[in-house]
Design a protein around this ligand. Structure first.
Ligand SMILES: Cc1cc2nc3c(=O)[nH]c(=O)nc-3n(C[C@H](O)[C@H](O)[C@H](O)COP(=O)(O)OP(=O)(O)OC[C@H]3O[C@@H](n4cnc5c(N)ncnc54)[C@H](O)[C@@H]3O)c2cc1C
Length: 444
């Protein structure tokens, strides 16, 4: 089979690698000038770092497998981060589950209910029973309104911003189960996160090199203009004004782009794609001459113009980045949000007062450099009854498959699940090509 793949992020590259292992020919088309997709990187102090904060959990086994297979296994480091929660103008540490008991922004009964609800959810294996209810409605009933507003509300806003109230409980239940799995199980156990020397981006650069070494072609700066079809079957890809013929095509693009470049998708499939809304991801990244706090991941409970403050150099040392202390101020916003029109200087002006709420001593003179990054496919909003919004891999056009971050439910969007999804899509394409070959053989 000659397979064309749109997008050279985690899903596209994993699919290419798996298809090659199954004996197929692959050609990738990537709109950007480098592979990696959302794991895009830039340099601070000569060291690559992600434009959007990234870490992995201990259960992200596919990511670890790729690092090992690519000979990069020794780069991964496992660290116990110092996380926190910013509520009522104060940073509360959240390092072990026991910190919940000291979280006096919530009454003691509220804290106990928060703890019991999490322990209960951790033991529930079936996320489907939570599909019909929002995380807010379920949690408010379980822990009370005040405890929800101080604890779960900010965490949900940290991912979904103003759409947080629409998020389904099935998503939160599954997330809680997994986050517990990243601890050793004891109440005093700290969470462990993985981060590689040289950034996650290095993994995708190495994977792209492997795909090329195995005979695959990767066209960079090659946005696909259209996926061509004839009589309900895919025929190829148009990119850079040229037509490339393929037996099958895999798209790894967000739903809106998928619809635009594959105009012949059946109406019922498009209706599924239309159900999912995305929040854009935006990150103002600051390189400071000193630390802002001692916390890696700070969820924001107070009303600040960003939803999380991620101080990367509280996970790995600042000397790796020429002594720069790197802070991501993260937001997930609707496509028409004014912050998306800002440059780094304007975003810093908009955020400056709020940064001072976290550290009153913060001064502009601490900022050595700043960058502002955004991504339109940042975060699909996982609403109630989301199962009905998950598009199947099979698009309804023969030979055209879709694999994107809307399909990893109930898992949370993450590299691990994009890699696994890419592999699954490759398996699906391989089976389709074998079935077609068998049918042709039978006709002959
Ligand atoms: C802010 C943020 C923080 C995150 N944090 C973490 C984290 O801590 N840990 C973790 O594991 N994961 C994290 N993720 C998620 C992780 O990055 C994604 O799950 C994963 O990278 C998605 O891979 P993908 O291949 O599915 O999609 P993408 O990476 O989006 O790949 C799709 C590719 O298609 C390309 N493309 C689009 N249109 C076209 C076109 N017309 N023609 C050709 N190419 C096109 C894009 O340029 C892109 O490269 C984060 C994501 C974001 C946005």
């Amino acid at each position: 089979m000659r397979a064309g793949i749109v997008g050279a992020g985690a899903a596209g590259l994993a699919a290419a690698h798996r298809l090659q292992a199954l004996g197929h020919e692959v050609t990738l088309f990537e709109g950007r000038g480098e592979p990696g997709g959302q794991v895009v990187a830039f340099e601070v102090g000569g060291e690559p770092i992600e434009c959007f904060y990234h870490h992995i959990f201990t259960h992200d086994r596919a990511v670890v497998r790729y690092f090992e297979d690519l000979g990069l296994g020794d780069r991964l480091e496992w660290i116990e981060p110092h996380n926190g929660h910013f509520v009522n103008g104060r940073i509360y540490p959240f390092v072990t589950p026991l910190d919940l008991l000291r979280f006096d922004a919530v009454s003691l009964p509220g804290r106990l209910r928060l703890g019991l609800a999490s322990l209960w959810l951790k033991r529930q294996a079936d996320w489907r029973v939570y599909e019909h209810v929002t995380a807010r409605a379920w949690m408010e009933r379980a822990v009370g309104r005040r405890a929800f507003a101080a604890f779960w509300g900010p965490l949900l806003r940290g991912k979904f911003a103003e759409r947080a109230d629409e998020v389904g409980m099935a998503w939160l239940h599954w997330k809680i189960r997994l986050r517990f799995a990243s601890r050793s199980g004891r109440l005093g156990a700290k969470e462990t996160l993985g981060y590689p020397r040289g950034s996650f981006h290095a993994c995708y650069v190495a994977l792209a090199e492997r795909v090329r070494a195995d005979g695959g072609r990767i066209h960079l700066n090659a946005p696909v203009e259209a996926v061509a079809t004839e009589l309900g079957a895919v025929t190829g890809i148009r990119a850079g004004g040229a037509f490339h013929e393929f037996d099958q095509v895999l798209m790894t693009t967000p739903n809106v782009i998928t619809k635009r470049i594959a105009p012949d998708l059946p109406a019922d499939y498009v209706a599924i794609l239309d159900r999912v809304r995305y929040q854009w991801a935006s990150c103002l990244v600051l390189a400071l001459d000193r630390p802002l706090s001692d916390v890696y991941w700070l969820s924001i409970g107070d009303d600040l113009p960003f939803v999380a403050c991620v101080e990367h150099t509280n996970l790995v040392p600042a000397d790796r980045y020429g002594g720069n202390h790197i802070v991501y101020l993260s937001n997930y916003v609707a496509p028409d949000h004014p912050v998306l029109q800002m440059d780094a200087e304007q975003a810093l002006a908009a955020y400056e007062e709020a940064i001072r709420r976290i550290n009153p001593a913060f001064d502009r003179s601490w900022v050595r450099e700043k960058w502002f990054f955004r991504d339109p496919g940042g975060q699909p909003v996982i609403t109630t009854n989301y199962s009905a919004s998950v598009p199947p891999l099979e698009t309804g056009v023969r030979g055209l498959t879709l694999a994107n971050t809307t399909q990893v439910y109930p898992e949370d969007r993450g590299q691990n699940y994009s890699l696994e999804l890419g592999e699954r899509a490759a398996g699906h394409m391989d089976a389709a090509s074998r079935a077609l070959a068998a049918a042709r053989g039978a006709r002959i």
